[in-house]
Design a protein around this ligand. Structure first.
Ligand code: PR8
Length: 472
């Protein structure tokens, strides 16, 4: 089998095909919107989470809350519950017995966590609190589900929740959350645009929402993370109070931010090609594969050397394997491409005689001869770092080339539907913004910056430059 569907022309088909062929997940599980993580996919997920946890653990504590939320708690925050009421799965029975109170399977954990915060927080000394957990959550999505992109069981929901004495501190935490996510996306070479979401698209219950959007190869954007300032709304609802230094009792201010399986979806979608996965070295399950080229003569020597190189690289900290299956080299190359292993080393009897090996990069397919007497570890390290830089540049260039300023309203649809994110000037009015969305059947992603001049729709004074796109 080969990958079907062109990355650009038929992205959806290509994406499904790569998930299946590269054995990332199996989406044949008999419930819509739920899939099985296969060993290779799970490893990529593990290495992504490792990077995220490394960043989070610097100033957050990891916790784990229960999966179920009593209906009374979920229902407390009016706007929040309204935002999720269509999407909640309910547990109504324990065995044959109907439960006294329905229990919600968490769609997100504000209403699980905040009642506990109200027990934990007594004094300003208890603040700030910064916790996170990686859990599965469930949302009965009504839009078209897509593996990893829009699922009903989000299997990799890393949600952070913080509590602060002042509004300013919470606002600063929003910026800190954004900085952490930027760092993660930079590590994964995923380009992003950060938007201040319009009021009608913020997280239910939040004062404001910043969202990370990335551009898929078909020109649609994907929201890959969000950071919310919750103000003191939830603190009031859940009766969270602290005694300040002056003896006053006050409600603290909160933030929350989250990422999901979409991070892994975009990692695969943004770097992959028609031949298969292309993975940033840091999260590749195998970083180097060694392919011994075996002929009758000298086979033992080649295998011996291949193993020696493997050991050196393993000791040097690489995830390395030898492909000594009894298969044609062509088939091994094919698998190397499909699996997105960043570096392939070929070594045959002639190379051995010349004291060299051939290194091929998955991202560019460029080959390089490398002397066996040189420092292999440092050579390959510098090769991996070049791969990372190249993936990052390529992905950012692609996105930047597709962010286009639009100065006239009748050009919006054409330009955006051609695979671009449009930058337009907007007055900031709610009705005007909704009108732009309705007319174009596109989504306003949010504010990018300030603007001078006229609103593209109503010609009043423009306040903001906003992005408009076709979204997932
Ligand atoms: C919060 N509360 O929940 P958010 N499939 C895959 N990924 C998804 C899906 C889905 N069905 N729905 C959302 N996401 C806040 C912050 C705790 C943490 C991803 O925020 O509703 C999206 O990338 O915005 C989204 O930005 C992220 O989860 C957080 O969800």
């Amino acid at each position: 089998m080969t990958i079907t569907g062109d990355v650009m022309e038929d992205f959806s088909q290509w994406f499904h095909s790569i998930l299946e062929e590269a054995k990332i997940i199996d989406s044949r599980y008999p419930i819509k919107g739920m899939s099985v993580w296969l060993p290779k996919g799970f490893k990529i997920r593990k290495y992504v989470l490792r990077e995220l946890e490394r960043l989070m653990d610097k100033d957050h504590d990891e916790v784990l809350f229960p999966l179920l939320i009593p209906e009374t708690e979920l229902a407390k925050e009016g706007i929040h519950v309204k935002g999720f009421e269509e999407e909640v799965y309910w547990v109504t029975h324990g065995g044959m017995k109907e439960l006294n109170e329905k229990l919600a399977i968490r769609p997100t954990s504000e209403t699980a966590i905040y009642p506990m915060f109200s027990l934990w927080i007594r004094s300003h000394i208890d603040l700030p609190i910064k916790v996170y957990q990686t859990v599965n959550t469930m949302r009965y999505e009504t839009k078209h589900t897509r593996p990893l992109i829009r699922v009903r069981e989000i299997t990799t929901f890393t949600e952070s929740h913080t509590v602060h004495e002042t509004y300013e501190q919470a606002s600063q935490q929003v910026q800190d959350g954004i900085a952490i996510y930027k760092r993660l996306f930079d590590i994964l070479a995923i380009p992003y645009l950060v938007h201040d979401r319009p009021s009608w698209d913020k997280f239910p219950g939040a004062e404001y929402t910043f969202a990370f959007d990335t551009l898929m190869r078909d020109g649609k954007t994907l929201q890959v993370g969000t950071v919310h300032n919750l103000g003191d709304t939830f603190a009031k609802t859940f009766d969270i109070k602290y005694e300040a230094a002056d003896g006053d009792h006050r409600h603290p201010y909160q933030t929350c931010y989250g990422l999901s399986d979409r991070v892994i979806a975009s990692l695969i979608a943004i770097h992959g090609d028609e031949k298969g996965l292309v993975l940033p070295p840091l999260v590749a399950p195998t970083q180097v594969t060694i392919i011994p080229i075996i002929f009758k003569d000298g086979a033992e020597d080649v295998l011996y050397k291949a193993n020696e190189i493997k050991d050196i690289l393993k000791d040097g900290g690489f995830r390395v394997s030898i492909d000594n299956r009894d298969l044609r080299a062509g088939k091994k190359y094919y698998d190397w491409e499909l699996n997105g292993i960043p570096i392939r080393i070929d070594i045959g009897p002639r190379d051995l005689k010349n004291n060299k090996m051939i290194i091929t990069r998955r991202d560019t397919f460029t080959k390089e001869e490398c002397s066996l007497s040189e420092d292999i570890v440092s050579n390959l390290n510098s090769c991996l770092s070049k791969i990372n830089t190249n993936l990052k540049e390529k992905a950012w260039n692609f996105m930047r080339e597709h962010v286009v300023e639009i100065d006239s309203s009748d050009k919006i649809e054409e330009i955006v539907l051609n695979g671009n994110v449009g930058l337009i000037k907007w007055c900031g009015g709610y009705d005007c913004g909704k009108e732009i969305e309705d007319k174009t059947n596109l989504d306003i992603l949010g504010v990018q910056g300030e603007a001078k001049g006229e609103c593209i729709n109503c010609n009043k004074n423009a306040k903001h430059t906003i992005s408009i796109a076709k979204t997932y």
